[in-house]
Structures are given as C-alpha cells and as structure tokens.
Design a protein around this ligand. Structure first.
Ligand code: SF4
Length: 356
C-alpha cells in the first residue's frame, strides 16, 4: 500500500504540526428521516436499507413523514447557536416522484418556519441530478447533498452494478458544488472490485472535489442481498477487520490532513441489520480502531518529517481515549517511534498535534 504525502506543517522552530480530526467531527444535531429504497432504480447488490435503518420500504412516504413531523413537534425551536438539521437519508431523494419530493419539502419548509431546524441535507445517487432538481433543492433551502458514490473506479462500479461510471460520478460531484450546494461523498471500501489501492485512490479523488464531509462504509454482506448469494457462491470475499483498519486508517489520516471531516467510519449499529449479517468487517469498536491507526500513521509521518528522535508529542485531549487501539495493541508501535507515554502530553483545547 502506498504511503501518501501528508501536508505536515513545519514551524520556524523545527516543530511539526499535524491534524488529528479534533474539532472536525462536530456536526449539527440531525433529525433523520429514513426513506429506505424510495426513488431507487433497483436494489443495489450490497444494499439492505430496510435492515440498516430499521424501516421498511412498505411503510410508505406518507407514514414516514407523519412520524417525522410527530417527532419534530416535541423539539423546542433552535437556540441562537443551535444548528439542528433535517436529513432525508436512504433511497434516492432526487429521483422520488415530484409529488413525493414536494411532500418532503412541505415538512422541511414547515419545520424551518417554526424554527425547529436550521439546515437540511439529502442523500442521492450521482446520476440522479438534473439542473431542475438541483434548483429545486436550492429553492427549498437544502444546504448539503450527500452522494452515494461508493467508488470512482469504473470497473468496481460495473462489478457492483451501480449503473454509472467514473465520469458520471465525477460529473455528479461537480454538479452539486457548481450549483452552490455543499457536497458529501459516501464511499464503500471493500465493495466488489475495490482493493485497498482502489479505495485510497477513491479517497484522493474525493478530497480533490472539495467535499464538506466524507463517509466511509466498509462493505458488509447482509442476508437477502445479491452480495450474500455471491458470497455463498465464493464469488465475493469481504475485507477482514485488520485490512479495513489498516486501509481506512490510512484514508482517515489523508482526510484529517486535508481537514475534511469523515462523519462515519462504519454502518451505525442496528440490531436487525447485525442479526442479518453473513460476513464482513464488523467490530463494536471499528471506528475507534481506525482512528487509532490513523493517529499512529500521522505520528509516523511527522517523526519522518522531523528527521531526528522526537522529544515530545502534544496531542488534543480527544485522542487519549483511542490512541493505543484494542487493549493497548498499538503501544509497541508508539514505543518504536520513540514516543513512549513519558513523551506524550495532552492539551484540552488543541486543534492540532505538535511534535518537537
Ligand atoms: S445503495 Fe443507494 S441507490 Fe442502491 S438501493 Fe441502496 S439506497 Fe438505493
């Protein structure tokens, strides 16, 4: 796997500054509205949104919106500093029938009018973005569009039967930002055709498109999907937890140094989904393991850039809980860097790490 150049900052006094994701993960409080499979042109080979969200596509849009309105009615209006956000997740929002999108916008407009939300986002596919629909999103005050890109590699997209290629994925991202909307990019490391190198190239491409945020969803094998059949037939093997931690650790460090927040590192826990999993890199602390690997790689790059034995590393306090990995497994690698516990300090309000 290639080691990527990191934008480390060397100050005049020979100190190296680098980022660790501290302060990047502060998101607004989100009021999610799940629209499983609604608007989708078909069921993608790995997708089990009904199990993932705990909602079924037979619930119907009317029932989903009624429940969301009921939940929102209990919320007080946003305070002056509050950034509460309505999020239409799942499905393909921009390919919903126009009348269904209008019903969603009705809810959005009402909640914004009442001051219960300030921001809004939706998720969709990169090949479902006409100028008219982007204009509609802007008119209704949608701020951010998350695109389920999954990969920018045409072969992986084809093997996963996504129905678009690299150029369409790139065009979709550019259409969002050209329209003046913020862009979120979702990637699916380990999907059919995706290797660690393909995924790291995907991350480089994603970062070059000026996204407001990324999400990484390591590919899992839920029962009832085409992928489950391929897995049983020996035509697909998911990544291991170790491979996922190594590769996503590298990717997360790239995003940290580019100062782009990665707002998910695995599928959120959901009992129905976990019960239906056949295989794949599932671990209760996967996000923390990936963060630990990313931090260590950032520190390794910083020590290399320093070019001498390090004297002291000061980390943001938020790193303290995860830096040594599962039961201290990464301690020997920190020691090997010359950074035993006696050389590491934590600073409560630091937004970057400092190595001297
Ligand atoms: S992956 Fe996206 S487009 Fe495919 S079925 Fe799931 S929600 Fe729909």
């Amino acid at each position: 796997m290639s080691r990527l150049p990191q934008p480390l900052g060397r100050t005049g006094s020979g100190r190296i500054l680098f980022f660790t994701g501290a302060r990047q993960n502060r998101s607004s409080r989100i009021l999610p509205v799940f629209l499983p499979f609604l608007g989708c042109p078909g069921h993608c080979v790995y997708c089990a949104q009904d199990k993932q969200t705990g909602h079924t596509d037979s619930e119907g849009l009317r029932a989903i919106l009624a429940e969301a309105a009921k939940n929102a009615a209990d919320l007080p209006p946003c305070g002056p500093q509050e950034r509460r956000e309505l999020a239409f997740y799942g499905g393909t929002f921009t390919a919903l029938p126009a009348a269904d999108r209008a019903s969603c916008f009705e809810l959005l407009d009402a909640l914004r009018c009442e001051g219960r939300i300030r921001l809004a986002r939706c998720s969709t596919r990169p090949d479902a973005l006409s100028p008219a629909v982007l204009d509609e999103l802007l008119r209704h005050g949608v701020d951010l569009v998350e695109l389920g890109i999954q990969s920018f590699e045409s072969e992986a997209l084809s093997l996963s039967r996504r129905g678009y290629d690299r150029s369409a994925a790139l065009a979709g991202c550019r259409a969002v930002t050209d329209a003046g909307l913020s862009l979120g990019i979702q990637l699916l490391p380990g999907m059919p055709g995706s290797t660690p190198d393909v995924f790291l190239d995907d991350v480089r491409t994603a970062l070059s498109l000026s996204p407001a945020c990324l999400r990484f969803y390591p590919c899992l094998v839920p029962e009832g999907t085409t992928l489950a059949r391929w897995f049983r037939e020996g035509r697909f093997a998911p990544w291991t937890v170790e491979q996922t931690v190594r590769t996503l650790g590298e990717a997360l460090n790239m995003a940290w140094q580019a100062q782009v927040p990665v707002i998910r590192l695995s599928v959120a826990p959901e009992s129905a989904f976990d019960a239906a999993l056949l295989a794949g890199p599932r671990h209760p602390a996967l996000g923390a393991l990936i963060q630990a690997e990313a931090l260590l790689r950032a520190a390794e790059n910083a020590v290399n850039a320093l070019g001498r034995a390090p004297e002291r590393l000061t980390l943001p306090q938020s790193c303290q809980g995860f830096m040594y990995g599962d039961r201290g497994a990464l301690k020997p690698r920190w020691q090997a860097l010359g950074l035993g516990p006696e050389r590491i300090a934590f600073a409560r309000d630091a937004s970057a790490a400092e190595l001297v």
